[in-house]
Each structure stands twice: as C-alpha cells, then as structure tokens.
Design a protein around this ligand. Structure first.
Ligand SMILES: Cc1ncc(COP(=O)(O)O)c(C=O)c1O
Length: 396
C-alpha cells in the first residue's frame, strides 16, 4: 500500500495498482459547471463552505437521495433512510464496528461470503479477528477465463453481518441476482444485516457491465460513494438503511466528525434531482471503463502465450482485472517485487483474502491490475507482466 502512494508521486512507474478514478474530460466539465453555478448564485458558496451541517447530512440532499433511489429502483425510502459519511470507507468502518466486535463474552464477526474482497476492509476492525470469509467456487470459462461463485455455508450465531462489494473489488465479479437473493434471505432469516458496498455499482458510478438488480429491505444496508464518479477528494459516502441504523450512523458521525462534509452534497444534489447523473454514468462513465477493460483484456490475450496456465476473472464491472496464474512457481509477492523492479506496479492478490484463514495456494497465485492507467503505459505494463510471468513459469 505504501508503494502505491510512492509510485503515484514518482512519475515514472507504470501504475496498475490503485483504484483512483480516471480523469474523464466530460465528467470533469460537469464538476466545473456545477462549481461555476454555485459561485454564480448569491449565498450558495458561503453556506456550502461556511455552515456546519447536521451529523446525518444536508436535509435537502437526504431528500434528494431518497427521491432519486425511489425513482431509479422503485424503493420506498424516506430521508430517514439516508445518512452521509466522510466517504464509503468511513461508512464501512462505522458499520463494521457498530455491528460486530466484542459482545459480552462472545465476539461477533463480519462474514465476507465471497473471498477475495476489498483490501480496505482488512484493517477496519477495531477488535482482533472481526472478519471471516467463505472460500469461493471457481468456475473455469474457456481456456483463459474464470468466475468466482459463492460457495454457500452455514451462518453461525457469531455472524453479525454479511458484507460484499458489488461489483467486487478486486475480482470485477458481479455476484448474481440469485446469489444476492439467497444472501438476503439468509440475513433476514437470522435477523442480521447484509451490507452491500456499491462503490462501483448502480446507479452511480454504474461501472457495471451486466444487468443486475440492487436490493433493498430492512435487513440490507447499501453503501454508495461519490468517489468513483471522479470526486474522491470530496469524501462523501451515502448509507441507505433502516432508520435505526441511520440514527446510529448519525450518532457516530456526531462523535467523530461533528458534521458531514457539504461540498459533495451541494455539487451533486441538482444532478440527482434532475437525473442528469444517471445519463452521465450511462453514456460517459460506464462506456469509458468498459472500453478500457476490453482493450486491456485484448492486450493480455496478445501478450500472454496461449500455452500458459493463466486465467482472467470475467470483468463484469469496477476498475480492475484479476489474474490467476495457476501453479505459478513464485508467489504473488515475489512477482510483485519483480514487476516493481521493472517499474510496473500491481497489487499482490494475497492481500485480498482477509478472514480466509485456511491455507490455499490460490491466494498466492493472483494479482490485481487496474486498467484505468494511460493506455500506452498500460499496454507496456501488460507486456512486462507477460514477460515476468513467462520467466516465472520457466523456472519450474
Ligand atoms: C470496494 C470499495 N469500497 C469502498 C471504497 C472506499 O471509497 P471512498 O471512501 O472513497 O468512498 C473503495 C475505494 O477504493 C472500494 O474500492
């Protein structure tokens, strides 16, 4: 993780590691327009910068979000079902530690039903050992593709909530509607929560390449973020949940940050009210990432020998390609070091298996590649990767 930050400022590294949204000119023009509109309206900038907000968010923004989700998905939310946080990361931190952790003599856990999961969850438990995970089933598709499927197990009394990102960071998997409905049913049956982290999901930024249906009920907590729209600097996350959870998020917000950050709410509110955001996601953001993902996949097919035992997870959304090198004689971390020495940065896959304690060779056979880098750099990075993987297989 430290290397990712260093690489960003280093300039010469080929960055295939982080999850930064791409700088898309049409999208940046929209933010510029909104800032100009705010500056032009008397008093708008002054209240945006100069006033504290409630610990749950700006009332007008909460109303706008409830209306937006209701129109988009046919949900029946009111503004009491919405809370703003300082980013999706903060929302997950608050929710994990609100729902799980030490509870009298027992410790309650968060279950990741499909490992690998988002690296950013790994250190979010205030207590030790707060996470557990199910090992996925691997479905091979063609000679060089695969998809993870949830291998459903029992949900024991120690589980406080089930959590997954959809689409999944790192694997770009979209857990299917049938899998989601089964998880939601399990959560309802046990009276626990299903947390869905939609950082890349519908309806914004909508980096989703397959039709799936987001779910909502009293046992589901959806977490959204403005970051992957191209606004990570604004630190705005949005929690959609039942009123009790929302009230508890507000209390934690009040203790931790006093007030929510207004800028993201003020910039985006009219875009949610008019629905303009939906068009921008559908017509600009999603096609941008889909084209990049297909291009990267093509370069991989060109650069890697067909005879190598490599497999790419089907890319159904998010910003990543997840590669699995079956029986690679070196570990993911050794591969990472070799690539770094050649100035190409990826993320070793073994970091993404938080909560999955059992030994499994697969954990050391995967890497995550971000395909949002500049095309020429990405192409070169993929060539370097293919050379190093070929060399590593040759060491057998
Ligand atoms: C799956 C997932 N969840 C949450 C986050 C956190 O995003 P933010 O705090 O910027 O909203 C990220 C960021 O990369 C992510 O990939």
């Amino acid at each position: 993780m430290h290397d990712l930050g260093r690489g960003l400022s280093g300039g010469e590294m080929i960055m295939m590691g982080g999850g930064n949204p791409a700088h898309i000119p049409e999208v940046e023009a929209l933010w510029r327009r909104r800032l100009e509109e705010i500056l032009a309206r008397p008093g708008a900038m002054e209240t945006m910068l100069g006033d504290y907000e409630t610990p749950r968010g700006r009332p007008a923004f909460l109303e706008a979000m409830a209306g937006f989700f209701n129109r988009t998905f046919g949900w029946n939310l009111t503004s009491d079902n919405i809370a703003v946080t300082i980013g999706g990361q903060a929302a997950n931190f608050l929710l994990f530690n609100m729902l799980a952790g030490p509870d009298g003599l027992s410790a309650r856990k968060i279950l990741f039903p499909l490992a690998p999961e988002y690296i950013g969850y790994a250190s979010q438990g205030v207590a030790e050992g707060m996470f557990t995970a199910w090992k996925p089933r691997i479905e091979l598709l063609g000679s060089h593709e695969f998809k993870y499927r949830i291998d459903f197990g029992e949900i024991g009394p120690e589980i406080a909530a089930i959590c997954l990102s959809r689409p999944t960071n790192p694997s770009a998997n979209l857990v299917t509607d049938a899998e989601m409905e089964r998880l939601a049913a399990m959560a309802s049956e046990r009276g626990i929560y299903l947390m869905v982290d939609a950082a890349y999901g519908q309806p914004f930024p909508n980096v989703v390449f397959k039709e799936v249906k987001p779910l909502w009920n009293e046992n589901i907590i959806n977490v959204f973020s403005l970051s992957k729209l191209g606004l990570p600097g604004l630190r705005t996350g949005i929690v959609v949940a039942n009123e009790e959870i929302i009230e508890r998020v507000a209390v934690m917000n009040a203790a931790l940050v006093l007030s929510t950050s207004s800028v993201g709410q003020v910039i985006t509110r009219p875009l949610f009210e008019s629905g303009e955001i939906t068009g921008m996601c559908r017509e600009v953001i999603r096609p941008f990432y889909q084209a990049r993902s297909l291009q990267a996949r093509e370069w991989i097919a060109q650069a890697f020998d067909d005879s190598l035992d490599y497999h790419v997870h089907v890319c159904e959304g998010a910003f990543f390609l997840w590669l699995w090198f079956r029986d690679l004689p070196i570990t993911d971390r050794e591969l990472y070091e070799r690539l770094k020495a050649r100035k190409a940065l990826i993320v070793p896959g073994s970091y993404f298996f938080s909560g999955l304690e059992e030994p499994w060779r697969h954990k050391q056979e995967c890497i995550r590649v971000t395909y949002g880098a500049k095309p020429e750099a990405l192409r070169r990075g993929i060539e370097i990767l293919a050379e190093e993987v070929r060399r590593a297989y040759g060491q057998r």
